[in-house]
Design a protein around this ligand. Structure first.
Ligand code: ACO
Length: 372
């Protein structure tokens, strides 16, 4: 269509105008008025992005291995030997994912020294949203935290959700469309765990962790992200019913099809290989080697998976952060929970090169590289 061709043709004038926008941002007749009213310009200029603050929250209730011994046919010895887990936290009955996310988000904002109105975007990474259709958990958190200027959306890439959300929010802050973003990983996995199934109920816990991103890159400068997926492995980790493929009905509930099912051994092999691959690729992309890596913060799915990945990388465990013994697998919350604990316990030194890495249902995988 001639009209359409004309509209999108890149003439020397349009190219010049686009470069001017990239350099200076949009200038329109409406802008002076918008500025008077406190609306920011939207300059599409790539900026450095840093982590301005972190926070986390674990619910009070502890579920220990000893308690699990009373619930299913298992033993503390088996759980510790096969997973490294000793206890995990469970949210209370009336506590939703948004409550855990709000608590972590509030701490992250305080740590960053930001007020709620400084936040332009809240992203909640979760596989256990408050509601499966609408509203998003992020919208609920926006209200609970009083983020009056923030847009809100959820991200679900299973246990890779947090690094996926971090990558998306980083791009938006870097482009200047958002000033400060609150990125939260939060899960109430206890709602999708079958506590009569010993193969899964020992593995999971509830919790939340959060980062505040902004353009002050003095601390935790985000350098790069890498994401991947292979949907041919969708059945390895899944909650079979409850979505559009198999809507909730009385028979799906009776058949326990709303709980997590996983093929542990296959996931184990995939996870070890993929985590090592992601870390290596991110380092290569930055002209760095494993000797330069100060701290690896992996998804806390299983101590043996983490140890096997570290061994494959020939990375000593002293340079790998682990808290799985106290948290269990908290899916989207695990990486930000671990980073917050690493920060609070002094494991993150100024200038350290840090890699976050995760894998999960989908199958999905991803990592982030940052300079603390
Ligand atoms: N207590 C005692 N025995 C158990 C338990 C338990 N809680 N659970 C399973 N077993 C038994 C099984 O019945 C099986 O018995 P069998 O050999 O007689 O059939 C045996 O232990 C299982 O042995 P393995 O499969 O060799 O156990 P493995 O060492 O692989 O450990 C585990 C199992 C922990 C599940 C491991 O494979 C794993 O961590 N896999 C990845 C877990 C995973 O997918 N996590 C989710 C990632 S995605 C996300 O994070 C949401």
């Amino acid at each position: 269509m001639p009209g359409r061709d004309r509209e999108f043709a890149a003439t020397p004038q349009t190219v010049k105008r686009h470069w001017a926008i990239l350099r200076n941002g949009h200038r329109s007749a409406a802008q002076p008025k918008a500025r008077r009213e406190g609306v920011r310009r939207s300059p599409f200029v790539v900026r450095q992005v840093g982590i301005l603050g972190c926070g986390s929250h674990l619910p009070e209730r502890l579920l220990t291995n000893v308690e699990l011994e009373r619930m299913v046919e298992t033993s503390d010895d088996w759980i510790v030997a096969r997973t490294g887990m000793k206890e995990r936290h469970l949210a209370a009955a009336g506590e939703a994912t948004s409550d855990l996310a709000t608590a972590a988000g509030r701490r992250a904002l305080a740590n960053a020294g930001l007020a709620p109105e400084d936040v332009d975007l809240v992203v909640v990474a979760t596989t256990t949203p408050d509601h499966y259709c609408s509203p998003s958990t992020a919208a609920i958190v926006q209200h609970k935290l009083g983020l009056t200027r923030a847009g809100a959306f959820d991200v679900n890439a299973a246990c890779t959700s947090f690094v996926t959300a971090l990558s998306a929010a980083h791009a938006m802050v870097a482009a200047g469309t958002v000033r400060n973003a609150l990125v939260i990983g939060a899960e109430k996995l206890s709602t999708v765990v079958d506590y009569t199934d010993r193969e899964t109920c020992v593995l999971f816990g509830d919790g939340a962790g959060a980062f505040v991103l902004g353009t002050d890159a003095a601390q935790g400068e985000l350098l790069d992200h890498l994401l991947g997926a292979d949907g041919s492995g969708a059945e390895l980790i899944q909650v079979p019913a409850g979505g559009s493929a198999s809507p909730a009905r009385a028979d799906t509930v009776t058949a326990s099809r709303h709980f997590i099912q996983l093929r542990g051994r296959q996931v184990f092999r995939f996870a070890v290989a993929k985590m090592a691959e992601v870390v290596e690729e991110l380092l290569v992309r930055h002209g760095a080697s494993l000797d330069d890596l100060d701290l690896l913060i992996p998804h806390q799915a299983n101590l043996r998976i983490i140890e096997a990945a570290a061994e494959r990388l020939r990375l000593p465990m002293e340079r790998v952060f682990v808290n799985v013994e106290r948290t269990g697998n908290t899916s989207a919350a695990s990486v930000p929970l671990a980073l917050d604990e690493a920060m609070q316990t002094g494991r993150l030194k100024k200038g350290a090169l840090v890699c976050l890495v995760a894998f999960g249902g989908g199958l999905t995988w991803g990592g982030s590289l940052l300079r603390w």
